[in-house]
Design a protein around this ligand. Sequence first.
Ligand SMILES: [Zn+2]
Length: 502
Amino acid sequence: MGSDKHTHLPGPTYEDDSPKQSTALLSFGAGSAGRDDRSCSCRSARIASKVVFVSLILVTCVAVSVAVAFSFLFFSAASSPGPAPVISIVRNSPLSPVVADAIARPLKKLKKDVVILISSDGFRFGYQFKATLPNIARLIANGTEAELGLIPVFPTLTFPNHYAIVTGLYPAYHGIIDNRFVDPNSGDVFTMASHETKWWLGEPLWETVVNHGLSAATYFWPGSEVRKGSWDCPEKFCRHYNGSVPFEERVDSVLEYFDMDNGEVPVFMTLYFEDPDHQGHQVGPDDPQITEAVIRIDSMIGRLIDGLEKRGVFDDVNIIMVGDHGMVGTCDKKLIFLDDLVDWIEIPASWVQSYSPLLAIRPDSSISPSDVVEKMNEGLSSGKVENGMYLKVYLKEDLPERLHYSASELIPPIVGLVAEGFKVEQKRSRHMECGGSHGYDNAFFSMRTIFVGHGPRFASRRKIPSFENIQIYNIVTSILGIKGAPNNGSSSFPESILLSKP
Ligand SMILES: [Zn+2]
């Protein structure tokens, strides 16, 4: 388990652990903007007296156009498995021509559009290939999938990401900047059991839905028990987190919502599973236990599908299956100890808000954060600190902008980025472990998770480029036909991946 895990209930808990990292790097190159070259210079051709000559020119133009069109299609297709697609690419390359004209399938039984948002915690992108997963495969085959995975926000931890998914905001703006942190003004401590409204900024989807006079039902989701605005976590529709509730019971409870009078079925539901994150922390991402956990999640998806089919609503429901982050293997040889920096600067444990993979440091107010950063980096790059080259420390305002991790006073002034799979600890100990972790730079492919959309608003057999999970808020409000709150997602994103309403 991750060292900074905070258990507040028996049994499985909301999963997390935090990391960081230094190297990064998604390619931010623009998408292959295929050039439309249909305007060949035929027009300038003088009217020749010989019809044959003109015909030859026309034939040549057509041939060139066809060649250009084919190469555009070829390079568009070939670009998907290449460098990690980034949001800018997604925003600029919305629809394939086939989908652009496709219309959402009309509802057969339900009176309103419904979204079930499912999270499988720590479902690293690629887990779907670990075994035969007939149910997830069915959603993928008949739905829309982020072909190279969903990109989490930084830090790639459970609470910051789950709340980003339902608010469309980066953690600096939604307030949950870590799984555990201290408010520097009040001294109050946020933990994964904190339900006080003051911590949870933004407008989560359940609140947006209720604001529009519709019903939402949450079967666990970080933040769902917080009373905010018109959302008062009603007993009927808001489950209080209890990790010991069997997955089957969660699925069955969601299915029961569809037994209500048709007009009363909540239009937005969440469903949360702690696995395979739970196992991932213990054994790392490549272990038979992960395969077993993933198979179990698949069977829960199957249970959900079966129940929806029995009620005749499977084709009417929009299912969005995501994870919150990925997972990477960690081991005791990949450690960096803050005490090893003592020849440059002493970092007392009291300054450290979280170690790993998110290293967050708030020095005493009498100490200059800039000096701390300078001395730490001097030591780390000296070649004299074990694994020092795998940690780089920043003033938060100097972090790469793509991390969006500075615009909150809750974020400590010093943040370290840890290389993939490395961890930071205060001092050497006999404690040795190998396992898994997450929380690192969201540019790491290992931190990606899955996105699958299935239902009347999602095209079948469609692959889309990777995108950040802050886009999901707008996807859901768009499906439900309601106006969302301002957020960090792109307002035009949903139309690039959803089928339009009939
Ligand atoms: Zn998680």
